[in-house]
Each structure stands twice: as C-alpha cells, then as structure tokens.
Design a protein around this ligand. Sequence first.
Ligand SMILES: [Cu+2]
Length: 180
Amino acid sequence: MSHPVELIGLLLAIVIQVIIIVYLAKKRPSLVKRVGSIFAIVAVTGIIMWSAFEFMHTDGSMHTNDFMIHHQIGVKEPTKEVIPEGKIFAIQILKDSFQEGNPDYAPDVAVVSHGDTIQWTNEDSTIHTVTSKSGFGKIFDSRSMNSGDVFTLNTSNLAVGEYEYLCVVHPWMVSTLVIE
Ligand SMILES: [Cu+2]
C-alpha cells in the first residue's frame, strides 16, 4: 500500500467498530444485529471508496485523492525540471540484468568528464538501484528505480576518481563509474 496514513485510518475505523459491537453485545444484545449490519455496510463502502481512490491515484489521470493526501502529509512541491550542465552520459540497466551472471549496467565501466550528467535508465522489467558501494549509497543513491525510471547524477558535485556502484536488490550487479 502506498499510503500508510490511509491504511492506519481504515484499520482504526474497523477496530473502533469492533469495540462498539463487542460493548453492545454485552449490554444490549437485541441491538447488536441491527447496529452490526449498519457497520458492515459502512465498512464495505469505506473499503470500496478507499480502493477506488487508490486506483485513481495510481492511474495518474485523476487527482481527487491528491487533495486528501496533501491534507495528511503536507503539499508536495512540484518537481522542478533539472537542466543538466555539461554532456549527458547514458547508462542502461539492461533487460534481464536481475539474473545473476547476465550483463547488468552498460557500459560496465563508464568513463565521464567531470561536470557531465549521467542518466541511468532502467530497461529491465524489475526494480533496481544505482548505489555507490562506498558508504553504501552515501556518495550517490538512486533508491528504488521501477522499470523505465531514469536516475540523473550531476558529477560536478563529485570528486574526480573511480566509484564502484551496485544494485542493493541484486548485489551481484556491480559496475564502475570513472570521473576524469
Ligand atoms: Cu537490481
């Protein structure tokens, strides 16, 4: 689930209803059946609406749910388009690279000029990362990259030298970045 806040809210609503039903079962058994069925309808409606919102959000075409999320976790800043300075150097995360032994990052050793912008594109069907081996992501880390995602790294903030990097999901995927 991508929205833990909503999930907690839903669970809380269910727990509260259960507590009320248990309480009524002790005090007024005759009321339980009626109250119980109302709660059941409310719960089912809630779950349907919740998954509908979830669907609309993943779909990306409707933004009704964005309004709700903003209220819960604060308004997201619109992502700014980063205009890279210097050349762009493309590295592919190859298809089927998740399988141990297959070629992973291409080129395996990327030699770039200081100031170049590197763009890793995940051309595989599964999640990968681009994570500096040194400090385990301390120098650079793409975090989870879904299929089709692009990770951009501006090398002007990095020192000249050799950097090994790996995929934390498939640690046998190791390649080298050389900044000259
Ligand atoms: Cu991977």
